[in-house]
Each structure stands twice: as C-alpha cells, then as structure tokens.
Design a protein around this ligand. Structure first.
Ligand SMILES: [Fe+2]
Ligand SMILES: [Fe+2]
Length: 378
C-alpha cells in the first residue's frame, strides 16, 4: 500500500470510531434526509472537535442497489472525514453483505478516496478486509503500535448452532502468523495492538452479571444462549448496556488467541447499536461503540462516536470515551421532541414506570374521592 504511514504526533495518536451508520441511497422515505443530515452533523462536529488521526468505520456502513448508488452513499458517509483528508479504515459488518454490491467492489469504492487505508491482506482468507496497519513513532521510523482489522463475517451456516457467524480458524491463524512475524521483526517483543471488528466476541458476557430483582427495569435479556437471564454491567465496567450483546453463540477461540500471542490490549466492536460500554476481561479491554447514525434502531440523541487516545510513552494504556450527539450541542432534525429529550432506553423505561406509577396513584386518589362522594351521598 503506497500511503503515508500512520504516525504518532507529539506522542499521541487519536482514533475515532464510527459504528453502524446503515446509511442508504434513499433520501425520500421515513424522514431519511433529516436522518442523513443528523449523521453528517455528528461526524462533522466530531471530526472538528476531536481532530482524530484515523477514523474507523465499524461495519454495517452503507447499503445500495447498484454501484452508482453505493459510490454516492460511501461518499456521503466519508465526506466529513475526506474533506479534511483524515485517514480512514473500514471493517465490514453483516448488513454490508445484504446490498447488491459485493464487498470487493465496496472496498474498491472506498479506495477511490485517497485517504482510504483499507485493504485485503490475503485473498484466500474467510471474509473480506482482514488486514493490519502499523503506526510509527513521532520521532523515528520505528513501528511502535499495530492495528488489526478483522471481518467478523455474516450469519452462521448452522442456525441451530449460532445465529451469527464467527471469525474463522483460518483468520485466527493468519492473525497469529502475522503477529509472530511482527514480533520477530521487533527484536522478539510483541508490538502492542488494538483490534477492530464488527461483531463482538462472546467474552463480552464476562463484563455482565445477572440482574437482581430490583434491577430488572434497568437490565436487558441476553442474546440466544444467554437469553434465560437479564443482565446488567458489572460495577467495574464503564458505559451503557442497552441490549444483550449479539455475539456468536460459538466461541471460535479468537479471544484465546489474543491472550496466547499477548499483543492485543483492546478490541473494539460495533453491531449492537445501543451498547457503548468498555471493560477488561483477563487484562484485555473489550469496548462497544454504539451507532453514530440515525437510520438504524437507536435511542435518540445518544448516537455518538468513540475516541481512543494512544500515548507513545505509555503504549499499553488505553484512554477512551464516548461522545454522544447531544454533548456536541447539536439539535437533531430527525428526532421527535420526546426522543430529543429522552436520551436512552433506561430513561425511557424509568419514565414509563414513572408514568404508570403516577397513573396508578391518580387512579387511587380518584377512587378514594369517588368513594367519599358516594359515602357522602348516603
Ligand atoms: Fe448494525
Ligand atoms: Fe451488524
């Protein structure tokens, strides 16, 4: 790849994550133009204020019926980033397979933009868009950090086993082989790395615990094999759990491979539009970036981006936080006043509970009053 290498600047490297835009060519139905405007406003403001060195699109990015349409949609989602000539990388999500344009053609369209750093490292691997990007030091040409981009595929062939597919054995072997080659080039030391892919690993459930009875209102049921319980985040986990993580039900050993090689210090996922939590499992950060879009299911003004700031002098320390739409002082064109005000599903549940309790209290008062009147009539 003939691009300027990624490089720390003054000891820092900032990565902005953009999850699940689900942007599409249609601009006429279902408030689509306003939703596209809100997405554009969020990305424009985020890029301007956070000034990232790399933007990563986390999959379920764009849909279209033909190449002409897809080129237009890709240009739309890239515009706030491309106009500032900020490098970007992409992983594909399950829904990126649903459109009429192949992943190979989509990658070619992304690469029509000079600031695209996405490529396919090995045509023989399962999926499309498995690759890594190295980051050089501020002060030398040494590669000091690595970024993995992995295609988490689509739906499982055997739906009895798992709804979602998983990262396959050949992809894990490619990761291990490449990481060990980098280690050898680096004098026998692994290069610390972050990993980006669309569908999270099943180990995310280790960040959750079963909800107690009084927590039911704030809890979510798990996905498929975890659906017998309601979950909340463990106390050590930051952020928000809006839905049961929709991971594969099969554990392919991807997380175990990260532990075995020892380079991955954090992995970042999209796919679950409502989740934006971050916590550690066995010393590896697992973090969600919720949707930055307004087209897919979302919870109003909490659509947002995640920023990761790496420090060249402390490479194993991950500094990350979410920035939600409202925090940028933006006003959404596509949301009703109610969704503009209610900022997440927990608030909605609590408000609903408050309304039900309020209504019950009002009915009781009314019943007592009627009773008194009735008694008075006697
Ligand atoms: Fe999605
Ligand atoms: Fe998805």
């Amino acid at each position: 790849m003939n691009k300027e290498p990624l490089r720390f600047k003054n000891g820092k490297f900032k990565i902005m994550l953009v999850g699940d835009l689900h942007e599409s060519y249609d601009m006429y139905s279902d408030n689509a133009a306003n939703k596209a405007d809100d997405m554009n406003a969020l990305l424009t403001k985020a890029v301007e204020q956070l000034n990232p060195d790399l933007v990563v699109y986390l999959g379920d990015n764009a849909g279209a019926d033909n190449e002409m349409q897809m080129r237009s949609v890709i240009s739309r989602i890239l515009y706030p980033v491309s106009v500032k000539d900020i490098p970007f990388a992409v992983v594909f999500g399950n829904h990126d397979r649903e459109c009429a344009v192949s992943l190979k053609d989509q990658m070619r369209l992304y690469n029509e933009h000079d600031n695209c750093y996405m490529f396919n490292a090995d045509d023989t691997l399962t999926g499309y868009g498995n690759y890594n990007l190295l980051i050089k030091s501020s002060t030398s040409d040494d590669d000091v950090f690595n970024l993995w981009f992995v295609d988490s595929n689509n739906l499982a062939d055997d739906q009895e086993l798992s709804y979602y597919d998983w990262v396959h054995e050949d992809q894990i072997e490619w990761y291990k082989k490449t990481a060990l080659e980098l280690k050898e080039k680096n004098g026998g030391e692994v290069i610390p790395a972050l990993l980006f892919q669309h569908i999270p690993v099943p180990e995310e459930y280790e960040l959750l615990r079963e909800a107690k009875v009084h927590e039911k209102l704030d809890s979510v049921p798990g996905h498929r094999k975890w659906s017998d319980k309601n979950h909340v985040l463990k106390e050590t986990v930051e952020g928000y759990l809006g839905e049961g993580p929709c991971t594969p039900c099969v554990n392919s050993g991807q997380f175990a491979a990260w532990k075995e090689i020892g380079d991955v210090i954090g992995a970042f996922f999209g796919h679950d539009h409502m989740n934006d939590f971050a916590g550690y499992v066995d010393g590896i950060m697992l973090a969600q970036s919720k949707t930055a879009g307004f087209r897919p299911y979302t919870d109003g003004c909490r659509s947002g981006v995640r920023l990761i700031t790496l420090d060249e002098n402390d490479l194993k320390n991950i500094n990350t936080r979410m920035y939600h739409f409202k925090q940028f002082g933006l006003k959404a064109k596509s949301l009703s006043p109610y969704m503009e005000n209610v900022t997440d599903r927990q608030d909605m549940k609590l408000k609903l509970a408050g309304t039900v309790l309020g209504a019950a209290a009002a009915l009781t008062t009314a019943a007592v009053a009627v009773n008194k009147i009735a008694k008075g009539k006697k």
